[in-house]
Design a binder for this molecule. Structure first.
Ligand SMILES: *[C@@H]1O[C@H](CO)[C@@H](O)[C@H](O)[C@H]1NC(C)=O
Ligand SMILES: *[C@@H]1O[C@H](CO)[C@@H](O)[C@H](O)[C@H]1NC(C)=O
Ligand SMILES: *[C@@H]1O[C@H](CO)[C@@H](O)[C@H](O)[C@H]1NC(C)=O
Ligand SMILES: *[C@@H]1O[C@H](CO)[C@@H](O)[C@H](O)[C@H]1NC(C)=O
Ligand SMILES: *[C@@H]1O[C@H](CO)[C@@H](O)[C@H](O)[C@H]1NC(C)=O
Ligand SMILES: *[C@@H]1O[C@H](CO)[C@@H](O)[C@H](O)[C@H]1NC(C)=O
Ligand SMILES: *[C@@H]1O[C@H](CO)[C@@H](O)[C@H](O)[C@H]1NC(C)=O
Ligand SMILES: *[C@@H]1O[C@H](CO)[C@@H](O)[C@H](O)[C@H]1NC(C)=O
Ligand SMILES: [Zn+2]
Length: 479
């Protein structure tokens, strides 16, 4: 189903700021002629020894790599590890909002590193769906559906049939917005318990899932992260047949900091460290109960983050000589554009006039507007009348907005861009009996996760946009 979706179809879009292996060697410092010969010699010696050290490092890491590969083939040859303490496989699905791929290298993350070392990792990150925004992506992760099919096509959107606008948080518990079958519904439909310590969509009743108080927490971003982790751990103290087989856990960091300060700031580093310590708290709690090796942990993020600033703005008002775009037409802006002109306008004309104007206005070449049906197919962003009829794709790091700001702060971070940008990638790490130790897999789209989780839980999932057979590439067979 997702065959045409291979991420390398447009690799030209990829930028890899955190992943340029060769840039780890700093360029040798230039020595001027005024420097005495002896110090030149010293510098050369130093440079030489650094080179040798790096060579040794590289050699030992490649050695380590082949050991890991050996471990992988052993693990794959065998079957999953047994579950002595749990009656049924359990998956804890954790999201760290806006955890851009590469953040794990910013600071010491010993707990995340342990999950990676003894688990399976998407080595170059997890690919979000378009738009790379929070609600669409969280709901794609738990339904396996592209936003056009699960209904949450953005964080805020207009439904012409309902003649209503979905907003956070008021739409969060209203079932009519949320299509598809989320994992918690699949799980309770199979007669198991499921729990949600926050996740977009979890507060809406669906099928047998009614968001019962004990199992389904009402979103409240002030609840301390420690309390969330402990809440999840408490479920393991239930009688073993009643333990939820799916538990979600959500942290709003480091997204919150990323928007404020952009991806490269000490605040991010600190937030990442804090997320790692929460993973550590979870691991310790599971170890204390003797079940760490039995539980499946799936750690993901919803999207990445890229720096934005005031020199990279595009203003719709600048297009006035070609077309006057009323702010009431604009359904999405910043990292993508969504426009719904009134019915008496020709959409083709609006696109044509905008395209003409964008050739002339400041930064205009960094925004491309399309009738949604003409967007690249890989975005799957057309098959819903909730999607604005005209969509603009914005170049990485640029933002589009109505008018020139009145002294507003515009430097910070954003996401929502084309999901092919490397900066929009997040992480996928799986740990537990069905995940081989030390296994690395290629990047994949988050719509595959639904089938991975139903495979681990050994339940039949609802039809979705994941690729048939994909979980077999990620998981080791169950015994
Ligand atoms: C990986 O798992 C093994 C046991 O299977 C354990 O001895 C080791 O400490 C674990 N490594 C890490 C980094 O957690
Ligand atoms: C849609 O709702 C608005 C108020 O929010 C109302 O003014 C308008 O008449 C409604 N349109 C239709 C077609 O019902
Ligand atoms: C959704 O939450 C609001 C505010 O907490 C509440 O008033 C409303 O009754 C809830 N709606 C549903 C369908 O649960
Ligand atoms: C949200 O959580 C905080 C911290 O636990 C608490 O003080 C507050 O009352 C909660 N708010 C709601 C609406 O429950
Ligand atoms: C779910 O947990 C409740 C306890 O809150 C228990 O009464 C019930 O039997 C459990 N359901 C299943 C299917 O295990
Ligand atoms: C588009 O531009 C043409 C002139 O090139 C103008 O006549 C027409 O009114 C414009 N359309 C809109 C919707 O502004
Ligand atoms: C569409 O109708 C509005 C009034 O409702 C009018 O102001 C506008 O000029 C019309 N536009 C076109 C392109 O016909
Ligand atoms: C995605 O899955 C839904 C539900 O099975 C289906 O209706 C839709 O056609 C699928 N879309 C694509 C692009 O595969
Ligand atoms: Zn997010």
């Amino acid at each position: 189903m997702g065959g045409e979706d291979q991420p390398n179809s447009t690799t030209s879009l990829l930028s890899r700021p955190y992943y340029s292996g060769s840039s780890s060697t700093p360029p040798p410092e230039k020595t001027t002629t005024t420097v005495p010969f002896i110090s030149l010699l010293l510098t050369t010696c130093l440079a030489l020894s650094v080179t040798v050290a790096i060579a040794i490092l590289l050699f030992s890491s490649s050695l380590h790599h082949s050991q890991v590969n050996l471990q992988i083939s052993e693990a794959i040859a065998k079957f999953s590890r047994p579950l002595p303490k749990l009656k049924h496989p359990v998956v804890i699905l954790i999201s760290s909002d806006g955890f851009r791929f590469g953040y794990q290298f910013k600071t010491d993350t010993p707990n995340i590193d342990n999950l990676i070392k003894n688990g399976t990792e998407a080595e170059e990150g997890l690919i979000p769906v378009f738009p790379s925004a929070t609600f669409p992506n969280h709901y794609s992760i738990v339904t396996g559906l592209h936003p056009a099919y699960h209904g949450i096509i953005n964080n805020r959107f207009f439904d012409p049939k309902l003649n209503e606008t979905f907003t956070r948080p008021t739409g969060s518990n209203v079932s009519k917005w949320w299509f598809g079958e989320p994992l918690w519904e699949t799980v309770v439909n199979h007669g198991f318990n499921a729990s949600t310590y926050f996740w977009p969509g979890s507060m809406a009743s669906k099928g047998k899932w009614t968001c019962q108080e004990y199992f389904c927490k009402q979103f409240n971003e002030s609840v301390p992260f420690e309390e969330r982790v402990d809440g999840v751990l408490n479920y393991f103290d239930m009688p073993s047949s009643e333990i939820p087989v799916l538990m979600t856990l959500y942290f709003q960091d480091p997204d919150a900091q990323g928007h404020e300060v952009g991806p490269d700031d000490p605040d991010i580093t600190e937030a990442v460290g804090r997320i790692d310590s929460m993973i550590g708290r979870l691991i310790q709690g599971l170890k204390k109960r003797g079940i760490f090796e039995d539980v499946h942990i799936v750690l993901v993020g919803d999207h990445g983050m890229v720096g934005t600033c005031d020199k990279k703005l595009i203003f719709l008002d600048d297009l006035a000589p070609w077309i006057k775009i009323s702010s009431s037409w604009v359904e999405a802006d910043k990292a993508q554009l969504g426009i719904r002109p009134p019915a008496n306008y020709s959409l083709v004309d609006v696109v044509a006039n905008m395209t003409k104007g964008l050739k002339k206005v400041n930064n205009g070449k960094h925004l491309k507007v399309y009738l949604k049906e003409k967007l690249p197919k890989r975005l799957h962003y057309a098959a819903s009348d909730r999607i604005s009829p005209i969509i603009g794709l914005v170049d990485e790091g640029f933002t589009v907005t109505q008018s020139r700001p009145g002294g507003e702060k515009y430097c910070g971070g954003a996401h929502g861009y084309d999901n092919n940008y490397f900066s929009m990638r997040s992480i996928f790490i799986g740990h537990g009996p069905r995940f081989a130790k030390g296994k690395k897999v290629a990047s994949f789209k988050n719509v595959e996760i639904y089938n991975i989780v139903t495979s681990i839980l050994d339940i039949k999932g609802a039809p979705n946009n994941g690729t048939r057979g994909f979980p077999n590439k990620i998981l080791v067979p169950s015994r």
